[in-house]
Ligand binder design. Structure first.
Ligand SMILES: [Zn+2]
Length: 165
């Protein structure tokens, strides 16, 4: 019930062109945010979604997807409503709280995650991806490796004619 209330509230705020603040339990593995953001903020993760580009904000029945910028890097976040305990319309101050979504101090093991084991590029938990290759300060999953390989191949293909001339 409250999940549909959250979706309805978020839709109305975004439709009005107002910025929306979400209070998110950033520890949950079903919340997709950059690994460093998850580690820094934990259960008190506040995300502000400014609908300057409404196409970048996708309010769905199950949660909200949005292209947000973290330290200048774009990242498509996904927040299920079950992980949101407060929504605020930053233009009017109107709030909708979901106390039943308030996170337990100790997250159940199946929802908990080790932030530093997650893919640094897509934020996915290694339990949801086949392979995670670790570097000194970052990790990459098999899906992101494949995506990166496509980008490299495309760049090589487009630059190849230049090399031959
Ligand atoms: Zn990844």
């Amino acid at each position: 019930m409250t999940v549909s209330t959250a979706a309805a509230f978020a839709r109305s705020v975004v439709a009005a062109g107002h910025p929306l603040r979400l209070w998110v339990d950033g520890r949950r593995r079903d919340v997709l945010v950059p690994a460093g953001v998850r580690a820094d903020h934990g259960l008190n993760l506040f995300l502000d979604v400014a609908p300057t580009n409404s196409a970048a904000v996708d309010v769905q029945d199950e949660g909200l997807a949005a292209d947000l910028s973290f330290s200048g890097h774009a990242f498509r976040v996904w927040v299920p409503w079950i992980a949101v305990q407060l929504l605020v319309d930053l233009a009017t101050g109107a709030e909708t709280a979901f106390p039943e979504h308030a996170p337990p101090p100790e997250l159940p093991a199946d929802l908990a995650t080790d932030p530093w084991s997650m893919c640094s590029f897509c934020g996915m938990d290694p339990r949801d991806r086949a392979v995670v290759v670790g570097g000194v300060e970052a990790r990459i999953c098999d899906v992101c490796v494949a995506a990166a390989a496509e980008v490299v191949a495309a760049q090589r293909a487009s630059s190849a004619p230049d090399r031959e001339t």
